[in-house]
Design a protein around this ligand. Structure first.
Ligand code: HEC
Length: 164
C-alpha cells in the first residue's frame, strides 16, 4: 500500500504560508506547477513536529533536579505512536523532486526498505525509552536519549534534504 489514490487538495495560499514559515527558497516555477499540494505532506510534517516537541520535553525534564518520569514515559509513548505512522505518510509522488515544499528526498522511494527500517528503529528506541521510564531510572533514560537521537539523525542523514 505505497500508493495514495487521490490527493486531497489544499489552497495554494497554504503552501505559500509553509514556504514562508520554512524560510526556504521557494521553487517558484515548481510551486506554480504544483499548487495542488497533497495534504499528506503537511500531515507528515506535523507528525515530525510532534516528535520534535515530545523529544524536547523529555530532554528538558532530564535537565531538572527531579525529572518527571511519568511525563517522560507519556512523551516516549507519544513518540512511539508517531514513529509507527511515519512510513504511511510517504505515498509515491510526494518527494521534493515532484516540486512540492518538502524535504523528503527521492531516496525514500529508491530505498523504501531502508526508510521503513529507519522508522522502525525509532519505534524500537522510543518503546525502549517508555519501558526504561516506567522502571524509574532517570540516568538510564538519559542514556536512551542518545539512542533515540541517533535514530532521528540516522534517517535524516539519508532521507531528508539538508538545506540548513
Ligand atoms: C524514518 C525517517 C525519519 C526518522 C526516524 C525521523 N525523521 Fe524527521 N524527517 C524525516 C523526513 C523525510 C522529513 C522531511 C519531511 C517533509 O518535509 O515532508 C523530516 C522532517 C522533520 C522535521 C521538520 C518537519 C517540518 O515541519 O517540516 C522535524 C522537526 C523532524 N523531522 C524531527 C525529527 C525528530 C526529532 C526525530 C527523532 C525523534 C525524527 N525527525 C526522526 C525523516 C525522519
Amino acid at each position: 500500500m505505497n500508493t495514495f489514490p487521490k490527493f486531497r487538495l489544499v489552497a495554494a495560499s497554504a503552501s505559500l504560508a509553509v514556504l514562508a514559515a520554512c524560510g526556504g527558497e521557494a521553487p517558484a516555477d515548481d510551486a506554480a506547477a504544483n499548487s495542488e499540494e497533497p495534504a499528506i505532506i503537511d500531515e507528515r510534517q506535523a507528525n515530525f513536529e510532534g516528535l520534535g516537541d515530545a523529544f524536547k520535553l523529555i530532554r528538558s525534564e532530564l535537565e531538572t533536579d527531579n525529572p518527571d518520569l511519568a511525563a517522560i514515559g507519556a512523551a516516549a509513548t507519544d513518540m512511539n505512536e508517531r514513529a509507527q505512522k511515519i512510513s504511511g505518510f510517504f505515498p509515491a509522488g510526494t518527494s521534493v523532486d515532484d516540486g512540492f515544499d518538502t524535504e523528503a528526498l527521492a531516496a525514500i522511494w529508491d530505498d523504501k526498505a531502508g526508510f521503513d527500517a529507519a522508522a522502525q528503529k525509532l519505534a524500537d528506541t522510543t518503546a525502549e525509552m517508555a519501558t526504561i521510564a516506567a522502571s524509574g531510572d532517570a540516568a538510564a533514560v538519559g542514556e536512551q536519549v542518545k539512542a533515540v537521537g541517533g535514530s532521528c539523525k540516522g534517517c535524516h542523514d539519508k532521507f531528508r534534504l539538508d538545506d540548513d
